[in-house]
Design a protein around this ligand. Sequence first.
Ligand code: GSH
Length: 213
Amino acid sequence: MKLLGYWRSSATYRVRIALALKGLDYDYQPVNLLKGEQSGAEYLKKNPQALVPTLVTDAGEEISQSLAIIEFLQETFPSPSVLPKTPILRAKARAIAAAIACEAQPFANLRIQKYLTETLGVSDEAKAAFLNRWPGGALNAVEAMACETAGAFCVGDEPTIADAFLVPQIFASRRFNIDLSNCPTLLAIDERCQKLPAFIKAHPDNQPDAVKG
Ligand SMILES: N[C@@H](CCC(=O)N[C@@H](CS)C(=O)NCC(=O)O)C(=O)O
């Protein structure tokens, strides 16, 4: 398999975590978002949304959207599982993943940030308030969701798809100086995840295209 992504992309980071939790090998092909490579003609053929990540399967199929990619990996390589054992807990884990993917991450996306600054002329102060209100607010809701389901991880005592979405969102939140002081459960889970080899392997700083400093 081949993963097309970017070291600091939280959506790519989610897929790297799932691949690492499952112990799957893959080739990694960087797509430099700052150089606009996601909008290049070759990449658009693979991912018409001009977003990373894209997974290319061994059969040459291209899959976009991190949630779809991880569900594909789960169905194709069920063990070890990144889903909890019961239908209700699977639904809760997917709900946390979806809350992050749909209600938090999109607001901080590069193209949204560029549009706010370059087209609408929004100030840095207003952008900071926007990020705290929307991705930050969504994480506060995820904190309440996790309080109901967490053991050592977001849902129970094993890492699941929910943690694969949470950890990259915490990483991005820190990057954007989003206030996480109301999220003690999520921060404790993040700290626990950071000690696991799969999460260490998937961390942005450990990718070949990472820019240091
Ligand atoms: N819902 C998509 C989100 C993908 C996404 O937003 N990717 C970002 C990086 S995290 C991206 O490619 N941004 C490029 C841009 O904004 O131009 C997924 O889960 O895969």
